[in-house]
Design a protein around this ligand. Structure first.
Ligand code: GLC
Length: 561
């Protein structure tokens, strides 16, 4: 395996000098504990990740996103931070982390990390001080109250485990506010000292050389009676200030918002051109609609949500994704759609978590090669920077018998050998067991095998990542809906300067045909992107008739006549 990885051609793209790098990058979410274990203790670590960087560079990934690796009691996958400036010893040392940054940059890639500002672990020294010494310097770091009847309109996010956003602290004899688990008390952003701490923590990591942050749970920083605890104007003000600091002191570093909100509310996290907030926002409304449209075999809802999606201000960019380390959240769809999607995608109760579905991409799409390619082609061509989830490039499976979202956080599968080549440890010592289900056993689903098979999804991904990088229309182009007479066929144009890319996709699991209307391109020449060969011209009446195999698609360059 080592030899195989060494023999892969090197990457030839360098994004380290481009201040707008995030606009034409492909991100890859990689959990340190899940990727590669270098010291045989059963837990992935920073040195393991460094060893596997050449693989990611070969694949065509441009930027990493690392979920939290800070010291943590690990009751919420590390999103329960106990020390914002440390590295959990299970993953290595600060030196290892500094080496990782260097090695990433050496390959022309970028690295972003999670910044969890909304809450800490209840084991964080600030919280321990706050509950035991209310009059001390940390007494006001959290949101305390004598009553649990305040802000009762704020929705409960982890509805299946929490019954209130307040929890009682027997020592301080007061309630504290928490939007997530009760062991994750919310920080009090009304306290200027808390805001200052966050600026200092951001500076601490940026000075080390990271290229930005994914801002975890960002809509919940400030709470107020009038806004159900979300999207408070003071949260936006705080983000404007943070952006100003980042742009002035660390130009080129990015802020990526995790704001699970409807299109307009999510877009507010970009701010405006004059007063920007985040460079990027995950496109939460579009993600579940992709899954809805695929199963419904009808693109109408997807077209609608894209129609409702505001264009970000200059320098802003959406981030498209299919899956991540969380459940496939269904908070952004209507109640009807949610029921439908639970029926389609979560036939067993074990598959549900919170308001979503805790399964990986390949099992969700019935491990269908066409569907996996179609879904990826979609996030690679819609407006925004795609963010991939580790393992999805080889159609890794999940384990819904593990608790909560651990179902989708199992070890990366490198080889058919012990522990899938992830670790030399005793299999019982792994932080989570490898996937051994009948369909997705690591014997058959792993990098080594994918590298042996030129027609594998892995090679497909590499080819399409490369094609995407060669066409700026995908990263910088505008989006224009292209009418089709078949609701199963989704079509749009991405245009940048004098290049237009036409994307046409058949969501039906049967053969289809559609007549597309491309008035501005009457008589225009068409070429395929992947094979770079001439295709049929647009008719003189501005229409193009396309026929499709089941769940197939076209990426085409269209030229004016
Ligand atoms: C974010 C994370 C999720 C975590 C939650 C609370 O939504 O993605 O994993 O549980 O924040 O920190």
């Amino acid at each position: 395996m080592k030899e195989l990885l060494k023999s892969l051609p090197k990457r030839d793209r360098d994004l380290t000098n481009d201040p707008l790098w995030y606009r034409n990058a492909v991100f890859y979410e990689v959990m340190v504990r899940a990727f590669h274990d270098s010291d045989g203790d059963g837990i992935g670590d920073l040195r393991g990740l460094i060893k596997r960087l050449d693989y990611l560079a070969w694949l065509g990934v441009d930027a990493l996103w690392l979920p939290p690796f800070y010291p943590s009691p690990m009751r919420d996958g590390g999103y329960d931070v106990a020390d914002y400036r440390g590295i959990d010893p299970r993953y290595g040392t600060m030196r290892d982390f500094e080496k990782l940054i260097k090695e990433v940059h050496k390959r022309g890639m970028r690295i972003t990390i999670d910044l969890v500002m909304n809450h800490t672990s209840d084991q964080h020294p600030w919280f321990q001080a706050s509950r035991t010494d209310p009059d001390g310097p940390y007494g006001d770091y959290y949101v305390w109250s004598d009553t649990d009847q305040k802000w009762t309109d704020a929705r409960i996010i982890f509805t299946d485990v929490e019954t209130s956003n307040w929890a009682w602290d027997a020592h301080r004899e007061q309630y504290y506010w928490h939007r997530f688990y009760s062991h994750q008390p919310d920080l009090n952003f009304e306290n200027p000292a808390v805001q200052q701490e966050m600026f200092d923590i951001a500076r601490f990591w940026l000075k080390k050389g990271i290229d930005g942050f994914r801002l975890d749970a960002v809509p919940y920083l400030f709470e107020d009676e009038d806004n159900s605890g979300e999207n408070d104007p003071r949260t936006h003000q705080f983000l404007r200030d943070l952006r100003k600091m980042v742009d002035t002191e660390f130009p080129g570093a990015v802020l990526l918002a995790e704001a699970n909100q409807p299109p307009h509310e999510a877009a507010e996290y970009f701010g405006t051109e004059e007063e920007p907030e985040c460079h990027m926002c995950f496109h939460f409304p579009v993600m579940p609609r992709i899954f809805h449209s695929l199963k419904a075999e009808d693109a109408t809802r997807l077209r609608e949500v894209l129609h409702d999606t505001p264009v970000p201000p200059a320098k802003g960019q959406w981030s498209t994704f299919l899956r991540n380390h969380d459940e496939l959240t269904l908070e952004m769809v209507s109640e009807d759609e949610r029921h439908q999607m639970f029926d389609w995608y979560a036939p067993h109760p074990q598959m549900k978590a919170h308001t979503g579905i805790r399964r990986r991409l390949a099992p969700l799409l019935d491990n269908s090669e066409q569907a996996l390619e179609l879904a990826h082609a979609l996030i690679l061509s819609l407006p925004g920077t795609p963010c991939l989830y580790y393992g999805d490039e080889i159609a890794m499976g999940d384990n819904v018998w593990l608790p909560d979202r651990d179902s989708v956080r199992t070890p990366m599968q490198w080889t058919p050998d012990r522990n899938a080549g992830f670790s030399d440890a005793d299999p019982g010592a792994l932080y989570l067991p490898t996937v051994q289900s009948l369909l997705f056993h690591y014997n058959g689903v792993n990098i080594e095998r994918s590298l042996m098979q030129p027609t594998s999804l892995l090679f497909w991904m590499r080819r399409f990542l490369k094609a995407r990088a060669e066409h700026p229309a995908f990263s910088d182009g505008g989006y224009k809906d292209v009418p089709s007479d078949n609701p199963a066929v989704f079509s749009f144009l991405r245009t940048h300067e004098d290049e237009s890319v036409l994307v046409a996709m058949n969501f039906s699991t049967h053969q289809s045909s559609a007549l597309l209307t491309l008035e501005d391109y009457a008589g225009g020449k068409v070429k395929t992107i992947i094979s770079k060969t001439p295709f049929q011209d647009v008719g003189d009446d501005g229409t193009l008739r396309l026929t499709f195999g089941p769940q197939s698609f076209y990426w085409l360059v269209v030229k004016h006549a």
